[in-house]
Design a protein around this ligand. Structure first.
Ligand code: HPA
Length: 272
């Protein structure tokens, strides 16, 4: 079955369950899970009950699509994403983005936790992503291209929408939440970086590094969606400040920044 046939079946199954079609999508990464508390939730659909959605092999994985409204606007929140390091293929990692597009979503917000490599950054900072560097060993668009889904050689001169970045910066000023801006390097993981790797990432132009977002952005841009991304800095890959880190510490630092993230996202959606 072709990719677009699978997408159509997935979307038909979702349409049969929802009342209102979402126009805004958000991928809730580490540190933004609590954002769903801002939504008036209409329906939650576990990934396991959605045809053609990747099958989760990870224990305790509570992935679901959450349909609701925020200030009256219909929003789809994706709680739990598929990471490349879990063994999913690039097309599985990005399948939900294809589905979002077909559901009618034109504006997409991606969120994540990342390690800061810009020496000005502190743990708990929020970074608006201006650009990215794809350091994954692959690209989700490799393989035959369906011209109905997007172009064979998509332009990437504006991976993160300039208008969205401006709105986000204004939301930050108006709410008194200070934000950083920078370039996100996407790596496969699952190891955190060595000190030499963090140094390399800084040299090639990154401000932060994480294990998601880039494949999703590529597919969203291929599909013609406008994308914004926010990153919580949960640890530092800066010479002299590098400490042992664990996933638990990343989750903890992200959880602390969550109220600020949720507030920013709410303001941002209100202005879309
Ligand atoms: N490196 C890669 N991914 C991450 C990091 C990091 O330091 N922190 C959170 N996600």
């Amino acid at each position: 079955m072709s990719l677009s046939d699978r997408i159509n079946e997935t979307v038909a199954s979702i349409y049969s369950r929802i009342k209102e079609r979402p126009t805004i999508g958000v991928v809730l990464g580490t540190g933004l899970g609590g954002f769903v508390n801002q939504l008036d939730i209409e329906l939650e659909i576990p990934y396991a009950s959605i045809p053609h959605f990747p099958v989760s092999t990870v224990q305790g994985h509570d992935g679901k699509l959450i349909f609701g409204t925020l200030l009256g606007k219909p929003v789809l929140a994706m709680k739990g994403r598929f990471h490349y390091y879990e063994g999913y293929s690039m097309s599985e990692v990005t399948y939900p983005i294809r589905v979002m597009k077909e559901l009618g979503i034109q504006s997409l917000l991606l969120s994540n936790a990342s390690g800061g490599v810009n020496p000005e950054f502190k743990i708990g900072d929020i970074m608006v992503v201006h650009d990215h560097i794809n350091l994954f060993p692959s690209n989700p668009l490799i393989g035959s291209n369906d011209n109905d889904l997007g172009s064979r050689f998509p332009d990437m001169s504006e991976p993160y929408d300039r208008g969205f970045i401006q709105i986000m910066e204004r939301c930050a000023v108006d709410s008194g939440i200070s934000i950083q801006k920078g370039v996100y390097a996407g790596v496969p993981g699952p190891c955190f970086e060595t000190p030499a790797e963090y140094k390399y990432l800084r040299v090639i132009g990154a401000d932060a590094v994480g294990m998601s977002t880039v494949p999703e952005n590529i597919v969203a841009r291929h599909a013609g969606m406008k994308v914004a991304a926010l990153s919580v800095i949960t640890d530092l890959g800066i010479e002299g400040k590098i400490e042992k880190i664990s996933h638990e510490e990343v989750q903890q630092a992200a959880a602390q920044a969550e109220p600020k993230m949720a507030e920013l996202v709410k303001l941002f959606f209100a202005r879309l």
